[in-house]
Design a protein around this ligand. Structure first.
Ligand code: ZN
Length: 343
């Protein structure tokens, strides 16, 4: 090699080393400043139902998903029953109350639970308030409900890897009396859109959240997303929500990207017995990677509920996947996503 060639070689080598090291430091930074969240749908573990009886016998219905839970920094679910000893059945179809024996399991698997739904009030405000006491004592963070109206509408703030996340939960499914009052325990109600939008703005401005996730309990059972869901979801994103997630219809619903932000209208059932169709026995565990700017990427693991209401991951099922900057949602298996992420 001539002197010029040697000089060119060193310049070239320097550029290569510089590029590789800056890519590596970017990757490390991305990892350090991002949070992996897994969010699941309706969890019904009432003591006189099959799922509650499994727990009484020492069987953990969350176990088949524990590998995926452990891979996340934050595990979130919707508790579709009240955990209490007290209270009296409210007149309505289906009253679900779980025995406090479920608390260690909830504590083991979840970092936060939404208590905004059409079963959290099944045994009245007294049982609802007892649940708040039990969760506070066990140090289980919850959102979407509280001892009064103000508490119910206050976001749960979780900070992980420097990302400040606000969780809000709302119900708008019958009975309206489950809503918290000025001095009554209950859940946050979303029929007053303006109140919801104000909560989202407050999460950003007052609580200084980087990420705001409203977890909705809404829609019609067994049906696609309604116009009402679509209108409210878009308004929430316009008000500052990072994404919108929902449950209640007992089936998974549509997903869409609105202004670059994902909306997953319903993630369906998660732990729930008593359903007979393949649609009602299918839910999604939504996985999202978040940074200060929002959702980096997300996918869904299909859960097939067995005859006992226990979710089994189906890693071969096609389900929606999205990525920052992509306006299109693709269908992919979780196995394909994992492969892509490890490349
Ligand atoms: Zn529900």
């Amino acid at each position: 090699m001539s002197k010029t060639e040697i000089r060119h070689f060193f310049i070239f080598a320097f550029i290569v080393v510089f590029c590789v090291s800056s890519v590596q430091s970017f990757a490390a930074e991305t990892h350090a400043n991002s949070v992996k969240v897994i969010l699941v749908g309706d969890i019904m573990i009432a003591h006189d139902e099959e799922t509650g009886k499994l727990i009484e016998r020492g069987i953990d219905p969350f176990e088949p998903f524990s590998r995926h839970f452990q891979a996340a920094d934050l595990t979130i679910g919707n508790l579709e029953c009240v955990v209490a000893n007290s209270g009296k059945e409210v007149r309505k179809p289906y009253n679900f109350r779980a025995h406090p024996r479920v608390i260690p399991l909830l504590k083991k698997h979840f970092h936060a639970l939404s208590i905004a739904n059409n079963h959290s009030g099944d045994f009245g405000p007294e049982a609802f308030a007892e649940q708040c006491d039990l969760f506070d004592k066990a140090n289980i963070p919850y959102f979407g409900g509280g001892r009064d109206l103000k508490a119910a509408h206050t976001p749960l703030i979780i900070e992980k890897h420097g990302v400040r996340i606000a969780l809000l939960g709302y119900c708008e499914v019958f009975l309206r009396s489950f809503a918290a009052g000025e001095n009554r325990a209950g859940c946050a109600w979303s029929e007053d859109d303006e109140r919801v939008l104000a909560d989202i703005r407050a999460a950003r401005e007052t609580h200084k959240a980087d990420i705001v996730i409203p977890y909705m309990h809404w829609g019609d059972e067994h049906d696609p997303a309604t116009d009402r869901q679509k209108k409210l979801a878009r308004k929430m994103i316009d008000a500052g929500a990072t994404c919108v997630v929902g449950g209640h219809p007992h089936v998974v619903q549509e997903t869409e990207i609105y202004k670059g932000k994902p909306i997953i209208y319903s993630v369906g059932n998660f732990v729930f017995n008593g359903f007979e169709t393949p649609e009602t026995n299918t839910g999604w565990a939504l996985r999202m990677t978040l940074d200060k700017l929002g959702v980096v990427e997300w996918d869904t693991i299909t859960a097939r509920l067995d005859g006992r209401g226990v979710p089994i991951p189906d890693l071969k099922a096609l389900s929606p996947v999205g990525k920052r900057g992509n306006d299109k949602i693709t269908m992919q298996t979780p196995k394909e996503t994992e492969k892509r992420m490890n490349e």
